[in-house]
Design a protein around this ligand. Structure first.
Ligand code: ATP
Ligand code: MG
Length: 281
């Protein structure tokens, strides 16, 4: 099971959209997939539209036992091959350090149990963690549990500073409690190819982070909002815009899975490393 945390410092830049796009691409590849919705807003849960559960990730993060996990896990309405560990509003309580200081690594424990759980079931091949809009405890617990961290940004003037702080957070976790964590780099979302401003901001990102900026950006397309509103995977939404976005997410997922197999640690500055291999996606 390959686990990808989708994060950003800023809200509303497209984390959930990217998490759902990657889940849709994983289904298209025939991969059994899990989405863990770590955002108390529950947007990913709403779009994946699972049946009611008797528990949520809040309980799992408190007690990562099989029975609790089973109560918080539900099949999505997208496909029987895609399950959701559902969010609830009270997840917010876990985002701040509290007197009962819950263990940050309980998400990793829960995912470990799911990994070891087949008993006749097809195991998950891809797990996608949709993080809330901060680098708080919930996002840190995702970084502790992940193999790959994917930063999402919009091409705006705040993108560089936001990505810098997020890279620092990833690096701190990689050098500390989760040495297997790799950075997949920065994925630019809501790109308008005809906007001079957007190209300028992407150039700025590339000057700062080199090849850690993914060569593929997600364009700004109404189809994304339409598919989300209809609770459908982008690959099932029939429009030219949706088709283009679907192909883009296929490429992003392929790149993440490929670089994880190659075992590379692509962090800012990788562009200066002459031994680094060229990107192809
Ligand atoms: N590439 C895109 N084209 C068009 N609309 C988009 C695109 N990406 C995101 N959106 C829309 O922008 C809004 C915010 O996106 P999304 O919810 O994915 O951001 P987020 O980073 O998860 O937000 P939050 O920080 O609140 O969790 C949504 O309405 C979504 O449909
Ligand atoms: Mg979100």
């Amino acid at each position: 099971m390959h686990t990808v945390a989708v994060l950003s410092l800023k809200g509303g830049v497209g984390k959930t959209t990217v998490a759902l796009g990657l889940a849709s691409a994983a289904l298209r590849r025939g991969a059994r997939t899990l989405v863990a919705d770590l955002d108390p807003q529950g947007n990913a849960t709403a779009t994946l539209n699972p049946p009611m559960t008797t528990a949520s990730l809040t309980a799992v993060l408190d007690t990562p036992r099989d029975a609790v996990i089973a109560d918080a896990l539900a099949p999505s309405s997208w496909s029987p091959e895609l399950d959701v560990l559902v969010s609830s509003e009270d997840l917010e309580l876990l985002n701040e350090p509290g007197p009962d200081s819950r263990r940050l690594d309980n998400l990793a424990r829960a995912l470990e149990q799911l990994r070891a759980r087949p008993q006749g079931e097809r195991p998950y091949e891809v797990a996608i963690l949709d993080c809330p809009p901060s680098l708080g405890r919930l996002t840190r617990s995702a970084l502790l549990a992940a193999d790959t961290a994917l930063l999402v940004t919009e091409p705006t003037m705040y993108a560089v500073s936001g990505a810098e702080r997020a890279f620092e957070a990833i690096e701190a976790v990689r050098q500390g409690p989760n040495p297997r964590l790799q950075s997949a780099g920065v994925l630019v979302n809501r790109m308008r190819p005809r906007s001079y401003e957007h190209h300028y901001r992407v150039e700025e990102l590339r000057e700062t982070f080199g090849r850690s900026v993914m060569p593929t950006a997600i364009p700004d397309r109404l189809a994304i909002q339409q598919a989300q509103g209809a609770c459908l995977p982008i690959h099932e939404w029939k429009s030219p815009g949706a088709h283009e976005i679907g192909l883009t997410f296929n490429m992003v997922l392929a790149k993440i899975l490929r670089s994880s197999r190659a075992g590379r640690h692509r962090l800012p500055g990788a562009a200066d490393d002459p031994s680094a291999q060229p990107d192809s996606a």
